[in-house]
Design a protein. Structure first.
Length: 378
């Protein structure tokens, strides 16, 4: 990822860096990710990273003179009707952040899906090998394949007009196309004015099938250029949406080599996450060979995914009672680390990645960020 060199960084610079690390297009459709509060042109020298934006975290951000809070969970999730300073809800925090000039960015499920994100970090703490998502995310680039049919004598003129309008760009290559010879037919009614052949009779014309790729933002201009340059009164063309090969997705599945027991794995994760609320489903002596990892609240979700259905254990943050019963009946095991506890480990590597990407800004881990649950000891 390109490093931002200017020593005077803005909120926009942090947004660009995060959009590269965890592209918002990888987030779930129901999620609310990206820059939620702030002035993109404002200076940004310090960023506080946390899982949840709480009054204590916002107070810490103010005390440490931070310009942005990177809150994993979006504090603005559903549409709000009002922002009141005296509210006992999250809207009061948003009001205070705005009043003090602190921006808020949330990566949430985009960071879950991306390589090196929350699920990869937790899978690494487990010691899993050969990991991959148990469900891939459709993160289309907004590209299309545009196909038209042109008489040979007009081919170069039409192709050049389309290229000049933005078609045919693949990576660092431009004017890319595929061409195939064939024949086209048409019958013009009495009201037509064909540029090739005559109206009122069936015409057969030697044509070249011209294919090229077009970004969504350029598509209207390219189609307009095609119509202007094409010799036909009504040029035929097709537009096909393109989907890139999936590279990121929900959760992770992987193998243990050698296998481990459920009890040993739970203790390893308890120490690694410093969780005080670890719970398990299944016998502590059960041998675990394959695991499905999903931070937050996965519940029974992995069992519904073909790529994870044969896992021995589900490792997540929290599990509902009835999902735990279903997991047990299915002969599987589970480890619930605590919702916050399963997600918090990503913050340190995220801060490191941001520091490498952005020169001139400090990325600080919140010391006030904490899970809401406590264990009770004698």
């Amino acid at each position: 990822m390109a490093r931002v060199q200017d020593s005077s960084q803005t909120i926009r610079d942090i947004e660009i860096a995060m959009s590269t690390i965890a592209p918002p297009g990888l987030a779930q459709a129901w999620d609310n990710v990206g820059l939620l509060v702030g002035d993109r042109a404002a200076a940004c020298r310090r960023v506080l990273l946390c899982i949840d934006l709480t009054p204590a975290v916002l107070g810490e951000a103010m005390a440490k003179k931070c310009d942005m809070v990177m809150a994993y969970h979006p504090p603005l999730f559903k549409p709000v009707n009002r922002l009141l300073a005296d509210s006992d809800g999250t809207d009061a925090l948003i009001h205070r952040a705005i009043a003090t000039g602190i921006a808020i960015y949330s990566p949430h499920t985009a960071l879950d899906a991306v390589n090196g994100g929350t699920n990869d970090v937790l899978a690494g703490l487990c010691g899993l090998k050969s990991t991959e998502p148990f469900e891939y995310v459709d993160a289309g680039k907004g590209e299309f394949k545009l196909v038209t049919f042109v008489p040979a004598n007009n081919l170069d003129r039409v192709a050049s007009a389309m290229f000049d309008a933005g078609a045919g760009r693949i990576g660092e290559y431009t004017r890319c196309s595929y061409r195939l010879e064939g024949e086209g037919t048409f019958f013009g009614s009495a009201s037509t004015n064909p540029q090739v052949g005559r109206k009122g009779r069936l015409e057969t014309v030697s044509e070249t099938r011209l294919e090229t790729v077009v970004a969504d933002r350029a598509l209207p201009n390219v189609i307009a250029a095609l119509r202007r340059a094409h010799p036909y009164e009504e040029p035929a063309f097709d537009v096909y949406p393109l989907r890139p090969a999936p590279v990121a997705g929900i959760g992770r599945v992987g193998e243990f080599a050698p296998p481990v027991t459920l009890g040993a794995l739970a203790m390893r994760l308890k120490r690694a996450t410093k969780s005080r609320v670890v719970m398990t489903v299944g016998s502590a002596k059960k041998k675990i060979r394959r695991a499905a990892v999903c931070v937050g609240a996965a519940g029974r979700l992995p069992l519904d995914k073909p790529n994870a259905a044969n896992c021995d254990v589900i490792i997540t943050g929290e599990i509902r009672h009835h999902d735990a019963l279903l997991i047990h009946r299915a002969g599987k095991s589970a480890i619930a680390l605590g919702h916050w506890e399963s997600e918090r480990p990503v913050l340190k590597p995220l801060a490191t990645r941001l520091a490498k990407a952005v020169n001139g800004a400090r990325f600080i881990l919140s010391t006030k960020d904490a899970g809401p649950f406590e264990s009770i000891s004698k």
